[in-house]
Ligand binder design. Structure first.
Ligand code: NAI
Length: 617
């Protein structure tokens, strides 16, 4: 194999490089073209004494082999002096390998403050000091690589090493945070938990084992991670005797208790099996604090009403397969929703109605009505009660994208009413990388008359491969492709959304913090809180209602859209409409970005409106 991973022109600092792993790292970097600062205080393995000999010998060896190296004898606690040595000798620093370490093993019962502090000082403060001194240089030159050295003791704990193991795990957290902060400046930081024969291990491991545990079997991973072309960042590896493996956190699916009921230790006891079960197919691997918070945040919606799990049959089997037919047979709690003219006006304003649209904003107007897309509003609370974690394998709410919406109006909305909405599973399709789940919500009035039906189609990334079918049954208008014709649109309406559009729209009951809280938007990967998909849906629905329905809610039979891209509040939306038979096919474009945000969309008309083909302008 060609040795093409070179480090010519790079300057590497290796701390604690007088022996063991640090020596091996230094020799290797020296042999691959790097200039090496060989740092070592030269004390004993418990941190006593000092000598320049250890570092000098390694420098001599690198030079004898034709490499470039200088020695530094400072303690890692004087990190700035080590960086100074590099700058004086070579004029730059590219790579820092925090490797220096000592041991002060003693059982916790006998540990002194001195033993505790000395370990934290060398391992944690030392890594901090050296890296901190190099950091501004890294940032300025937009390149830096840091390797920290942890230990299995830090990851798993080890008898007699409370000080060492705690300090070593601190380095893992240090690495992960630096990786996040350094990323934008091309500074990558990784951490290794090595095993190698050295003076540190020679008293604890048997000689035949030590013979196979050469430091040279650890160094290649360090070199790979430090190469300019390696993208790995923030990762932890176990390495030794030729084995290299990456570690991550694993968390059980756990159990969410209802948020509106007092939580007692007895409840914890009752669910202990579930809380601690890694094998039930629900375990996840959170990789960021945001991902770690997802389960906690999603439990905000877990109210005692929603917690009817005890009586619901299991849909996901032990091996993660989903019984879609069993999911379809599940029943979920109904939610009641009552509204008045005030709520209708609030909704209409939320989808951009103007004060001059009297039929939409003035309850005494003769033509006063809800824009028919108001039909999504009664379903919000019912949708919140659907326990997605029970019907979808590996469900993660932050991976959920609202893909399509279908709304069928069976009876127009009176100005005020008391309604009941009941969710159900329409279908769950297995798309490999994710799943497509369609949840229906039927809304009825007090007499039990059907008012409207919603179908929310969601794509949940990472929740696929559960052995389900790929294609669903034809559900008529709900699944229609609604391709726009190849001619200029018959009618176009342009409307600028308000900067406060989402803040207003959410008052109609779609409380997802993604649309108001910048921090939550960032968790979802957005620069600012985005507009609700169903708000743009309502805006477009309003355009069609105004243009083609003569203000007659009876003429609006159903609407289906696909959410192609997100919309930012303040953007200008352009709804293009094509009349085809009794359908108005349409699409919505965000003009500033020239992005189609709603596609494959249509409103089906009925009654008088379906007869006239001209829009009312
Ligand atoms: P080692 O004792 O040969 O190397 C450590 C070096 O750090 C020594 O040369 C020592 O003089 C130097 N040092 C100590 N305090 C210093 C300070 N304040 N300033 C500058 N240099 C200082 O031991 P080894 O095994 O090569 O250890 C290297 C690193 O790997 C350490 O951080 C150790 O904790 C870690 N490690 C090693 C394992 C192994 O199996 N060898 C297992 C897990 C972790």
């Amino acid at each position: 194999m060609a040795d093409n991973l070179r480090f010519d022109g790079r300057v590497v600092i290796v701390t604690g490089a007088g022996g063991g792993l640090g020596k091996s790292h230094s020799l290797f970097f020296g042999s691959r073209g790097a200039s090496v600062v060989v740092n070592d205080l030269g004390g004993s393995h418990t941190g006593e004494g000092a000598s320049s000999r250890a570092a000098d010998l390694v420098v001599d060896e690198i030079r004898a082999a034709g490499g470039k190296a200088v020695a530094n004898y400072d303690s890692v606690l004087d990190g700035d002096k080590i960086i100074e040595t590099a700058m004086k000798a070579f004029g730059r620093v590219d790579i820092v390998i925090n490797n220096a370490g000592i041991l002060k093993d003693v059982s916790f019962a006998r540990m002194t403050d001195q033993q505790w502090d000395a370990i934290f000082s060398v391992h944690v403060d030392g890594a901090y000091k050296v890296t901190r001194a190099a950091w501004p240089i890294f940032r300025k030159q937009k390149f830096g690589r840091v390797i920290n050295t942890t230990s299995a003791a830090g990851i798993y704990g080890n008898f007699g090493q409370a000080n060492y193991s705690a300090a070593k795990l601190a380095l893992v957290a240090f690495t992960r945070t630096l990786a996040l902060e350094g990323k934008k400046d091309n500074i990558h930081c990784n951490v290794i938990a090595p095993i190698a024969a050295s003076r540190m291990t020679e008293t604890v491991l048997p000689p035949d084992m030590l013979a196979s545990l050469k430091p040279e079997m650890v160094t290649p991973l360090v070199a790979y991670l430090c190469h300019e072309e390696t993208a790995e960042n923030g990762s932890l590896f176990e390495v030794g005797a030729g084995y290299v493996g990456k570690l991550r956190w694993e968390r059980t699916g756990g159990h969410g208790f209802p948020i509106d009921q007092k939580l007692l230790p007895e409840h914890i006891s009752e669910k202990w099996g579930k809380i601690t079960d890694f094998e039930d197919g629900r375990a996840t691997h959170p990789d960021t604090t945001a991902e770690s918070m997802e389960s906690i945040l999603s439990n905000f919606e877990n109210t005692s009403k929603a917690d009817t799990e005890a009586v619901r049959p299991k849909v996901i089997s032990e091996d993660g397969k989903v019984d879609v037919e069993a999911a379809k047979a599940l029943t979920f709690p109904s939610e009641s929703f009552s509204y008045t003219e005030r709520d209708v006006i609030l909704y209409n304003l939320g989808i951009g109605a103007k004060r001059t649209d009297l039929h939409l904003v003035y309850e005494n107007s003769e033509a006063f009505t809800a824009v028919p897309t108001f039909g999504v509003v009664p379903s919000f609370a019912a949708m919140n009660g659907v326990p997605f974690g029970e019907i979808l394998p590996s469900f993660n709410p932050m991976m959920l994208l609202h893909g399509e919406q279908y709304l069928e109006i069976i009876r127009p909305f009176p100005p005020n009413a008391q309604l009941t909405s009941t969710p159900y599973v329409v279908d769950i399709l297995d798309k490999g990388k994710g799943c497509v789940a369609t949840i229906g919500v039927k809304t009825t009035d007090e007499e039990g008359n059907d008012i409207c039906i919603n179908e929310f189609t969601m794509f949940i990334r990472g929740a696929g491969n559960f052995g389900g079918k790929k294609e669903g049954a034809d559900r008529g208008a709900a699944t229609a492709a609604n391709k726009t014709p190849n001619r200029k649109p018959d009618h176009v309406v342009i409307e600028k959304t308000g900067e406060d559009q989402a803040a207003l729209y959410r008052l109609s009951g779609d409380w997802n913090p993604l649309h108001i809280d910048p921090e939550m938007a960032a968790v979802g990967g957005f620069d600012i809180p985005i507009l609700h998909g169903l708000c743009s849906f309502g805006i477009a629905g309003k355009h069609i209602f105004n243009a083609y329905c003569n203000n007659d809610p009876n003429s609006f039979k159903n609407i289906k859209v696909r959410f192609a891209k997100t919309v930012n509040p303040g953007e200008t939306l352009e709804t293009s409409m094509w009349r085809e038979g009794n359908k108005v096919l349409f699409q919505v474009r965000a003009i500033e970005r020239d992005a189609i945000v709603i596609s494959n969309a249509a409103v089906e008309l009925q009654g008088d409106a379906s007869m006239s083909s001209k829009p009312k302008l």
